[in-house]
Design a protein around this ligand. Sequence first.
Ligand code: SF4
Ligand code: ZN
Length: 314
Amino acid sequence: MKCSKCGKKAVIYQKYSGLYLCKEHFLDDVERKVRADMRRFRMIERNDCIAVALSGGKDSSTLLYLLKKILGHREDLEFVAISINEGIKGYREKMLENARKFASSLNVPHFVFSFKEEFGFSTDDFANAGFEQAPCSFCGVLRRKLLERKARELGATKIAIAHNLDDEAQTVLLNYLKGDFERLLRLNSRREEFIPRIKPLRSVPEKEVALFAILKNIPFSVSECPYLRKSLRFSVKKLLNEIERQHAGIKYSLVRGYERLVELLPKPAFELQRCEICGEHSASKICKACEMLLRLQKLAKKQSKDYKETVLLP
Ligand code: SF4
Ligand code: ZN
């Protein structure tokens, strides 16, 4: 097939736009979407220090590449890359190595922080504890917390997250399904207590991020987290892909519809308090992260007591 714009050989057919695009026009299209969203949501301000959450996967590596390409010439801006090691055996190590190499190839200072060192427990510990909750709930809450904490310590004024269109659509649908409207309203709102999170890839479909990375020779790791398939997000992802196959553009309409809804509704006006344990801002007396860590600590204490009793009893 031929590119709808120039007649060269097409590398992709965008069903939602009806266009065939050649390599050059496809790469331009991705960059145009990213630039447009950065302007529309005023993602970057003068003198920003942007902390990019870098996992070593295709999305975050592409994000770092594009941010450097689009903004790298600006002398008032600074970039750092932060990777989080959640402690998932056999999965994260390789990706972290990839992240390290890629950040260094772009001359971006890179920092790695681990759950185990910061909180005493890893995602594997949580998964093995036998709780009903899927490991992703623990992992997601703690990753967010650690990223915020470390970005602040490093002096960042923005946190760039590599959420693509698929991630955004999944998040919206996920919160609808869980009936979590407060969370839905909070999704795109900024609060001065937290470092603003920006998502420059939010209008680029996941498949296109992958194609972009391949065409630009951006190295990325393709391994899948062993816990991914246990999450509700994974079911939502499958469902959305299934619908998108038959009704192209549904992911865009879900996200755009949500944005319109948020404009119509009043801004959430709840007070934040300080978590009684970690002292960080939280919607409840004890923040979600500390609540989960407490459960793990209790379990660990009980297990060591049980162990001592079995060992010591005759
Ligand atoms: Fe963590 Fe879930 Fe992502 Fe795995 S899939 S890294 S457990 S959030
Ligand atoms: Zn806390």
